[in-house]
Design a protein around this ligand. Structure first.
Ligand code: SF4
Ligand code: SF4
Ligand code: SF4
Length: 306
């Protein structure tokens, strides 16, 4: 490539980049953060009440028709013939109960599933809006027909929730949808909350769940870490937690109160909207490359990069 054409190339790249940035900044005005939706649906998991029976996990698999590694024939057996439950969220496990044990005095069960964030990063980073958040219910859901399998949602989620079905020919992202099309639709409650034999999972509107959580903290000051996890984390989540053990020890990350989601959402959804910007940029680059090729041909080869 000649010096001149290299300059032209860079100029055009700069122009293309500036145009791209200009096309995205137009939306930055719309980035006022929506208020927290306390009427959204959610769950409160009280780790101090959980007895680790894993009935919630089984109920979740039952309503989703996806027994995966809980199915007898697929279960991992140890050398003594004992079978184990799933060790992590996966392409067939939307909720998981695990035991944290530091000593005989400090231990706790913990439930992992989608937090149904108020400002979900998975929605923000998805270039094709396969992840969506319902404005009324607050449910963060996934559309397999739109998904292109980029797995940005996996990387973007601070809670490491979405999982990819690596083992399947037509893989999907799997995560809790708050039983939107199953138990919630049929019975008005999530399967895990309905099944829990000790009431460790409360289901309801975020406002009601926060009232319950703060009442428990007030009435049992020595029982809990004095914090409702999810009330403010990353702008708030609809899956809330109470526990007696510091949350970060239970695998719930220490995160800021601000959600990083909005800015990335503006960029992603603008750049990829209809794939217009990437196609335009690609076309420009092709045009320049062809033009340079023609110039080289007319000048004779071998003159470049001197
Ligand atoms: S926990 Fe992760 S997957 Fe669930 S809504 Fe939040 S960002 Fe999305
Ligand atoms: S709400 Fe439904 S999908 Fe989500 S963890 Fe509970 S049972 Fe599973
Ligand atoms: S069903 Fe209830 S008690 Fe049993 S593991 Fe799940 S949350 Fe804990």
């Amino acid at each position: 490539m000649s010096k001149q054409s290299r300059r032209s190339f860079l100029k055009t790249i700069g122009f293309g980049g500036a145009a791209l940035v200009a096309s995205t900044t137009g939306l930055s005005h719309a980035s006022e953060q929506p208020p927290v939706n306390n009427e959204a649906l959610g769950m409160l998991y009280d780790a101090t009440m959980c007895v680790g029976c894993k009935a919630c996990m089984t109920a979740c698999k039952r309503v989703n028709g996806d027994f995966g590694s809980l199915a007898f024939e697929k279960a991992p057996f140890d050398p003594d013939g004992l079978w184990d439950a799933p060790q992590d969220l996966s392409g067939s496990t939307r909720t998981l109960i695990k035991l944290y044990k530091e000593s005989d005095k400090e231990w706790s069960y913990i439930k992992y599933s989608c937090m149904h964030c108020q400002k979900p990063s998975c929605v923000s980073v998805c270039p094709v809006s396969a992840m969506t958040k319902d404005k009324v219910t607050g449910i963060v859901d996934y559309n397999k027909d739109t998904c292109i399998g980029c797995r940005y949602c996996q990387v973007g989620c601070s809670f490491n929730i979405p999982k990819f079905q690596w083992e399947k020919t037509l893989p999907q992202i799997v995560k809790c949808d708050l039983c939107k099309n199953t138990n919630l639709k049929e019975k008005g409650i999530t399967a895990c909350a309905q099944t829990c034999p000790v009431g460790a999972i409360s289901f309801g509107k975020r406002r009601e769940l926060l009232d319950i959580a703060h009442a428990r903290l007030r009435d049992n000051p020595g029982r809990y870490i004095h914090h409702v996890y999810g009330e403010f984390e990353l702008g708030g989540t609809n899956h809330l937690y109470l526990a007696a053990v510091p949350f970060h020890k239970l695998g719930l990350p220490i995160v800021p109160q601000d959600a990083p989601a909005e800015f990335s959402e503006k960029i992603q959804h603008t750049i990829y909207k209809g794939f217009v910007a990437p196609v335009a940029l690609y076309s420009t680059l092709c045009f320049i490359a062809l033009k340079n090729q023609k110039r080289q041909d007319s000048n004779g080869n071998g003159e470049d990069d001197k």
